[in-house]
Design a protein around this ligand. Structure first.
Ligand code: LLP
Length: 425
């Protein structure tokens, strides 16, 4: 692919041979803040959000950002200020969104394994809704709520059993999945929820998978969900909101996902046709709000030609960018300064002592040691999944806004890494 046509939209682009994020030269950022460095575009995040907002214009609908995609505080603050609610999956994410300025009423709590402690904290705060994923969880939430003398607002996550046509590790709505309540058991679970004194049924939700690039699975899931809403309401249990989860894919390479507004045009037409157009709608996008708003800047440490393969060893690794190792995911890798010269086909790999520590395979690059590269589409599920493997500190992060640069996370120091550990007496 010609690197002039970057997958990320206008915020990340070349001017001549020089890579920019908004109005800032990426090379300047690397010089100032070091590498590996995550660089995000504020404008790209807000543009991604406004595609949803355009799609929902005139509807009773709300975006709850799924912060597992990128939970850095400044990014949460940006989305809170732009009017988003948040979809959390742990007590840690709960405290994070509160620290970023979110209100409890703007939080929904998903996840298959909520603890009593997490439930209690969320109930005391008064969050918007619990997305409950099993019948035993209903019982536990009921007990915790009753103990506090409150009623927990619940939506049941239903498994619509449609194939999202994505990587098996990020498919969640199929029968064999640990997520959600089976479609055939949903009515029974709703009856159970409605009968428990500590619960108040407010909605229904689904999430069928991630990096979905096709409209059909969404349309199928919506049909399955609306069938259920009809049956549940016929049983005398009103459903105030319908939550369609997240999952919309982005362009990493040559995918062609629908834009959020185009997707929702199709889905809203179906909702209208089936007579549900005036319902309160929720969505929980993660990747599609941040994925293409970020890059990871890294320095080439060594070129290592080999008999069977050439390697380009960079200073970012699987601890910073875990998606290739975990899902064999593809991220474009481009030079920060394009140079003339013959390209070498190589595997781009990190310093971690694992064969799985590769970031790109068989890439044609004309790079030399000391050059800077940018790993694209690195705004989602990179920093939020980063680890300290090999005692590597987590990277720094900056947010670019026009020509302004905000450091939103300092590079993690070795003192940071050692803080919670103690030697034996
Ligand atoms: N809601 C629920 C209940 C979810 O489980 C997820 C993602 C989302 C919303 C947001 O989905 P998104 O819009 O980001 O697709 N680490 C993997 C992706 C895991 C997705 C987990 N659940 C990756 O890097 O591809």
């Amino acid at each position: 692919m010609n690197p002039t046509h970057l997958p990320q939209g206008p915020a990340v682009r070349y001017e001549g041979d020089v890579l920019f994020v908004e109005d800032v030269r990426v090379a300047d950022l690397a010089r100032e803040h070091g590498t590996p460095l995550f660089v995000y575009s504020r404008a790209a995040m807000l543009a991604a959000l406004s595609a949803y907002q355009r799609g929902f214009a005139g509807r009773k609908a709300r975006v709850f950002y799924a912060l597992k995609a990128n939970s850095s505080l400044a990014i949460l603050q940006l989305f809170a200020r732009a009017g988003c609610g948040f979809d959390i999956v742990s007590g840690g994410e709960l405290e994070r969104v509160l620290a970023a300025g979110a209100q409890p009423a703007d939080i929904i709590f998903s996840g298959v394994g909520k603890t009593r402690h997490e439930m209690r904290r969320a109930l005391e705060l008064g969050i918007h809704c619990f997305n409950v994923e099993s019948e035993p969880e209903l019982e536990v939430l009921n007990a915790v709520a009753t103990g506090l003398g409150v009623r927990a607002p619940v939506s049941l996550r239903v498994n619509p059993d449609v194939n999202p046509l994505t990587h098996p590790y990020i498919s969640t709505g199929l029968k064999g999945s640990k997520f959600g309540i089976a479609h055939k058991d949903a009515l029974r679970a709703y009856r159970q929820a409605a009968a428990l004194p500590g619960l108040r049924v407010v909605g229904i939700d689904c999430h069928i998978g991630s990096q979905i690039t096709n409209v059909t699975p969404y349309l199928d899931a919506m049909d399955r969900m609306l069938d259920l809403v009809t049956a549940i309401e016929a049983a005398g249990i009103p459903i105030a909101h319908i939550d369609f989860g997240g999952g919309l894919g982005i362009v990493y390479n040559d995918e062609q996902p629908p834009a959020a507004d185009a997707l929702w045009q199709r889905l809203l037409a179906k909702l209208d046709a089936r007579g549900f157009g005036d319902r309160q709608l929720l969505v929980e996008p993660g990747r599609s709000l941040v994925g293409n708003a970020g890059i990871c800047v890294t320095e080439v440490l060594y070129l290592k030609p080999g008999e069977q393969k050439n390697f380009c060893i960079i200073d970012a690794a699987m601890n910073d960018l875990p998606r290739p190792a975990m899902y064999e995911a593809f991220h474009q890798i481009v030079p920060v300064q394009r140079r003339a010269g013959a390209a070498m086909v190589c595997d781009v790999v990190g310093p971690v002592c694992e064969s799985g520590d590769w970031i790109g395979r068989d890439r044609a690059l004309s790079a030399q040691a000391g050059d800077l590269l940018a790993v694209l589409s690195a705004g989602a599920y990179c920093m939020s999944m980063a680890s300290n493997y090999n005692s590597r500190g987590r990277a720094a992060e900056v947010l670019v806004d026009g020509s302004q640069v905000h450091v939103i996370r300092e590079r993690e120091s070795i003192e940071d890494q050692l803080r919670n550990e103690t030697l034996l007496p």
